[in-house]
Design a protein. Sequence first.
Length: 350
Amino acid sequence: MISRTPRIAAAMSVAVALFASIVIAADEPENLPGRVKPNAKRPTGRLPLVSKVTDEISKEARQGWSERQQWPHDEADYSTRSDTGMTNRQLIGALMKRQDSHPAVDGYVRWQLLSYVPDLSEAKEIELKRMIGTLPSLSRLPIPPEARNVLDKANGGGGGFFFSGKQQAFQSDLRPVPGAGIAAPQLSVLGGGSGLSFEDPEKVIEKSRGAAYDLVKSRGIIEKLNVPTYQFRVGLINMLPKDGGIKLEALFEHMKDCIEAGDPHYKKACQDFYNEAFRTQADESVPEKTRYSLVQQMKLLAPRTILVVVDIKIDDRGNMQVQREGVKFPKEHVPQLLAYLLGPLNDKEE
C-alpha cells in the first residue's frame, strides 16, 4: 500500500519539478498547442474532400523535405494559407486516421490540420481513444554501440562489421518519384560494414570513423524528422477534454513513446504526465479501470532506461570511446506518481 500522507502534503502546494531544468506547477494554466496558428475556417458551400486537403499537405511536406531536408513550415498554419474550409466532423475523422505511410509526414499532415481548430468536445469517447491509439510514431534515435577496439577481431572489431554487427536503420530521406509528383521514404543503414578482414588497420579505422560519424549525424536527422510529429502530439493533447481520464491516458502514451524513442522532449513529457496525475488525483471522473491500468503500465516503464548515442571517437590505435545518455522517468519520483495515479483508490486500500 502506498501512503496517502505525502499525497496530501503535495496537494497543499504544487507538483514538484522532476528535472532541474523544468519547473512547472500543476495548477498553472496549460500551454496552448505548440506552434499552431489557429484559424477555424469552416466550409460555406460544397463540402471539400478530406483526401484532397491531406494529399496537398502531404505533397508540400515531402517536397520540402526532399529538397532541403527541412519541413516547409515551422508552425501549423495551413488553414490560414488555404481557401478550403473543413467541418468539425471532417476534422475529427481525419485526426483518428493515419494520413501517410511515413510517420513523420503523417505527423506533419495531422499537425497542419490542427490549424483548423477542431472542437474535440463534439467527439465521442471512442473517437478520442482512437486518436490516442493512432498517434504518429516517433522515430527511434540511434542506439550507441558497445565501446571496443575496432581492430580487435576477438572483441568484434576488424571483421565483417564495425560496431555491433547489427545495422541501425532509420528513415532518412523522402526521395521524389519521377512523374508521380510524390516522394518515397528512403531507408538508410548505419553502423554496418563488410569486407574489412583483409584491409590494413588504417583503412579499418578510417571506415569505422566514417560509420561512427554517420551514426552520430543521424541523431540530428531523426530529431528533425520527429518535430512535426511531436508538435501534433502536444497540440492534440492540449485540445483533449480534461474529464474522464482521456488526457491522462494520452499524456502517458506520449511520455512512453518519447522515452522509448529517446526523444529529447522526454523530460517535458514526463513533467506533463506527472502534473496531470497530480491534478486528477482526486478526480472521480477517472475510471478505476483507467487508474489501475496506468499504475501497472507505469510500473513496467519506470525501470527502463533507453540509451541514445551522443558521440563516438576512435583513436589512432582503434580504441573506441562512446558517449551516451540514458533516457528514463526519474526513479525518485515514481512512488509519488503512483500515489497520484491511484487517487481515490488509496482511500479504499487504507
